[in-house]
Design a protein around this ligand. Structure first.
Ligand SMILES: C[S@@+](CC[C@H](N)C(=O)[O-])C[C@H]1O[C@@H](n2cnc3c(N)ncnc32)[C@H](O)[C@@H]1O
Length: 330
């Protein structure tokens, strides 16, 4: 470091920050490529026997002349298009690489990947800063998950009499808000929260757990790791994250680990059998579409999943609040 008061000499490399400027504007290049593909510029030029004029391209992709002219110019600058000038008339054609990789009919077309990058990955990267700050984000998400159990937690854990079940595992139990409601309602039980190591670590750091040791944590991945045996497994807002196939895979693991006479308590926002409501469950199902591979389901759909995994005597209790309870027995 230079002592205070000395003048910093700007070296040639520092005088023009080419790399930084390129990085700063890199997204302009990606977006130009995405847009030219989405508008079908390369497909149009590939379908023509001869290079096309600006007017012909604008007409063919149904875009304004001004916008098309700027897009074609940028694509030319990126070496994605060739230009030809004949008697003062400028025309455009695909470069060899554009013909091979940027047209839908090509057997080695990249257009599907480009479409996915544009419509999905590009949007996700908008939230990169939040994702990198993930611990802070995770704590916020956990607080969100917790808050509802102050309102609906007691209703779901008392929808059935769970007192016969003393060893309980709350799979994907997060920081333990529902587990706390469970030990409050049933003085004889212990609840172990089984969740991913990073979630357990964050829970221990940021959330107060039970003083009398009746709520504890177990680090694990419920798809990959063995499940400890127990009388009851709680799956609260877990199955709605997953497809039917993944849900049955998880429930089958739970069934195998479950002690005879034990059970599984599924806690979810149940849809009416005809899908006509409740509005909250309908909106949550849309949210699942955006955020996960899952969906909200009807009582019959959960019953079918539990039955497919081996559970019997499946009972459903609607609480009248957001979340309902489904109990299956082994
Ligand atoms: C939607 S949250 C539900 C949390 C809690 N059950 C509740 O209702 O408040 C899903 C939970 O499942 C956990 N989870 C997701 N995949 C998991 C896995 N493979 N193994 C264990 N836990 C998992 C997440 O870490 C998260 O805590």
């Amino acid at each position: 470091m230079e002592p205070a008061g000395t003048t910093t000499t700007v070296t040639t490399a520092a005088a023009y920050p080419r790399k930084i400027l390129d990085y700063m504007e890199g997204f302009l290049v990606s977006k130009t490529l995405f847009t030219a593909c989405e508008l079908g510029v390369f497909d149009l030029l590939a379908s023509s026997q001869h290079p096309l004029s600006l007017e012909e391209v604008a007409l063919g992709i149904r875009a304004s002349q001004d916008g098309t002219e700027r897009l074609l110019a940028a694509c030319t600058g990126l070496d994605l298009l060739n230009t030809h000038t004949l008697e003062g008339q400028v025309t455009y054609s695909n470069t060899e690489q554009s013909s091979v990789y940027l047209t839908q009919s090509s057997p080695v077309s990249l257009t599907q990947s480009i479409h996915y990058s544009s419509k999905t990955i590009y949007l996700c990267w908008h939230y990169l800063t939040d994702a990198v700050r993930s611990e802070e984000e995770m704590v916020k998400f956990m607080q969100l998950m917790n808050s509802i159990w102050n309102i609906c937690g007691r209703d779901v854990v008392t929808a059935f009499n769970l007192s016969p079940f003393t060893t309980i595992y709350d799979l994907g139990g997060c920081s333990g808000a529902l587990a706390k409601q469970c030990v409050l309602a049933y003085p004889e039980c212990t609840v172990t929260i089984f969740d991913l190591p990073k979630v357990v670590k964050t829970s221990r750091e940021h959330f107060v757990t039970d003083d009398n040791q009746r709520v504890s944590f177990h680090e694990g991945d419920f798809f990959k790791d063995a499940l400890p045996d127990a009388d009851l497994y709680i799956l609260a807002r877990i199955l709605h994250d997953w497809t039917d196939a993944r849900s049955i895979e998880l429930l089958t693991k739970v069934y195998r680990a479950c002690r005879p006479g034990g059970g599984v308590l599924v806690v979810e926002a149940l849809l009416c059998e005809d899908g006509s409501g409740p509005l909250t469950a309908q909106l949550y199902s849309l949210n699942m579409l955006v955020q996960t591979e899952g969906k909200e389901r009807t009582a019959a759909e959960y019953t079918a999943l539990l039955t497919a995994a081996g559970f019997q005597n499946v009972q459903v209790e609607r609480t009248g609040k957001i979340y309902d309870a489904v109990l299956g027995r082994k």
